[in-house]
Design a protein around this ligand. Sequence first.
Ligand code: BES
Ligand code: MN
Ligand code: MN
Length: 455
Amino acid sequence: MKDLSALVSNNHNQNVEELKELLRIPSISSLSEHKEDIQKAASWIANKLESIGMEHVEIIQTNGHPIIYGDWLHQENAPTVLVYGHYDVQPVDPIHLWETPPFEPTIRDEKIFARGATDDKGQTFLHIKAVETLLKLENKLPVNVKFCIEGEEEIGSPNLSPFLFDHKEKLSCDVVVISDSDMWDKGIPAITYSLRGLCSLEFSLKTANSDLHSGMFGGGVQNANHLLVQLLSTLHDANGKINVDHFYDDVVELTEFEKEQIKALGLDEEKLKRSLGLTDLTGGENNFPYPERISSRPTLEINGLWGGFQGEGTKTVIPNEAHAKITCRLVNNQNPEKIQGLIKKHLEEHAPKGCTVKVSLRDIGNPFLTPIDSPMIKKAAQAYQNVYGKAPVYKREGGSIPIVSDFNQSLDVPVVLMGFGLPDENLHAPNEHFNLENFDKGILTICSFLELLND
Ligand code: BES
Ligand code: MN
Ligand code: MN
């Protein structure tokens, strides 16, 4: 352990420089103009895996962005760990709010700023460095390791999902480990044992066959914007509960014990309000505490709505169409496709008189929940304890990593979510960053986890 931490800290600067190379590649998966950058990032990762001593390294092309595979399988009687991460990133807008450009990684206050710094290039890189460090030191690893790194997480992993089910043998392992989540707070590690699922849909509402003059027709015909607002207002009741029939049917309620645990984490709501510039935290279901609402309860959010005139000045028009985008965060045991169906039905049945509603179903992702007393989770907890000197807290995450449930189901193995991000690192937002104190510690924690797996 001593040699290990010396090696990690001696290589700190070099390691950070390497991460900067990866962060300079604008691998935004949702924008087609970045297709080449995605390939560049994939090659960069594949080359890095080869250079640290991984074997069978492949860039696997898909109908979308490539998956990178590599392994080291020379510990015959030891378990096999599969490391998952993603090298794709979110778009960078609004760009003018970045203090330094998103793809020019910069260090300020012991933090590295760049798109992907924490989500998820930085965290994935910790695993590559952990394996490299162990191989340098011992010429071998304590366990067998497989890497599976994808470029489509931020668009819902459409190609990795079928790949897992088609390549069970290739990916077979004893545990999947993922660093794509966060710690509880500075110095307080966390193991995430639940992720919310997700489903999305879009709809258009149409009235007359064209926009109409509001002087000639106003007061006599329906306005699509008004009907849109009317329809959207049927989705929640006055207490913030989702008003869609059967929406909650499959929700597994928290036990009293879990509720106590969540409360005991002691989320500081006053501090949170101040940092968000809010006067209250009253979104969602009124009769549930805030920490439960953001982690263990399902939601239905209107993410976008448009219709009518948006340009400069006034336009006396009655719009004939209006649109909205909706996503839900889902919890165990909700089925995203079933929920999409329920919402579609609700929108169609509640369509106000005088309009037609056309609903399109979009992405889905399953929720994930794993027991916290599994042996693999215990080893991860021990690893955190060894490096941070503190036991991790166990938390339910409100965000989604849809592929996690697929790993769990296709390979039938536990998934351990060991995060090294911090909750205020601006993922998906301007000025995303990663705290460098969790860089060396992250590498060491992963090394410790791999060693503990072979105990
Ligand atoms: N790494 C995040 C999920 C996450 C966020 C985990 C915060 C823990 C804490 C992941 O990259 C992500 O952004 N997921 C998307 C899912 C999607 C676009 C299908 C999400 O949650 O919105
Ligand atoms: Mn991520
Ligand atoms: Mn993300």
